[in-house]
Design a protein around this ligand. Structure first.
Ligand code: COA
Length: 134
C-alpha cells in the first residue's frame, strides 16, 4: 500500500540535541503520537496502547527550520491489534530521516485488557476479496 504523509512538523530550537540536529526522543514522540492517532482512527477506538516497535533506523539528521513529514500505513490487522509502518522525511528534499517497519497498537478495554476491535472482520473480508480478484 502507498504510504500517505499526513502530518508535518517544523524543527524548532527546543527540538534539538547537543549537536543542533533533531533530537531522536522528540522524533519518537511525534511518531508515537501520529501513529497512535492513525491506529485509533483505523480501529475506531479511543482506548489503545503502544505494544511494540521494531528497530528504528535513523538514516539522516534534520536541522532547525526543516519541515519534516510523517507517513504511516497499515501493515497488518489482528483481533485486538493494528500494525503500522512509519517513515519520516524532510519535506523539501524528500530525504528520509527515519524508518520503522512495525509499530503494534493494541485495543484495550476499560481494565486495560486486549479486546477485539471493530475493524478486524472488515479488514479480513477486504483482504479475502483482494486475494480472490488477484
Ligand atoms: C498491551 C497489553 C494490554 C497486551 O497484553 P498481552 O497480555 O501481551 O496481550 P495478549 O498476549 O493477549 O496479545 C494481545 C495482542 O497483542 C499481540 N502481541 C502481544 N505481544 C506482542 C509483541 N511483543 N509484539 C507484537 N504484538 C504482540 C498479540 O499477538 C495479540 O494480537 P491480536 O489480538 O491482534 O491477535 C499489555 O502488554 C500492556 O498493558 N502493555 C503496556 C502498554 C503500555 O503501557 N504502552 C505504553 C503507553 S501507550
Amino acid at each position: 500500500m502507498a504510504l500517505t504523509y499526513r502530518t508535518r512538523k517544523v524543527v524548532k530550537p527546543g527540538d534539538l540535541n547537543s549537536r543542533n540536529t533533531l533530537f531522536g526522543g522528540r522524533l519518537l514522540e511525534w511518531i508515537d503520537e501520529e501513529c497512535g492517532v492513525y491506529a485509533a482512527c483505523q480501529m475506531e477506538t479511543q482506548t489503545l496502547v503502544t505494544k511494540s516497535m521494531s528497530a528504528l533506523n535513523f538514516l539522516a539528521p534534520a536541522l532547525q527550520g526543516d519541515v519534516v513529514e510523517i507517513g504511516v500505513e497499515t501493515v497488518a490487522v489482528g483481533h485486538s491489534t493494528i500494525t503500522v509502518e512509519c517513515h519520516v522525511r524532510i519535506k523539501r528534499t524528500k530525504q528520509e530521516i527515519v524508518s520503522i517497519d512495525e509499530i503494534v497498537f493494541v485495543n484495550v478495554d476499560d481494565n486495560g485488557r486486549p479486546v477485539r476491535h471493530r475493524k478486524f472482520a472488515e479488514w479480513k473480508a477486504a483482504r479475502a476479496a483482494e486475494s480472490a480478484t488477484a
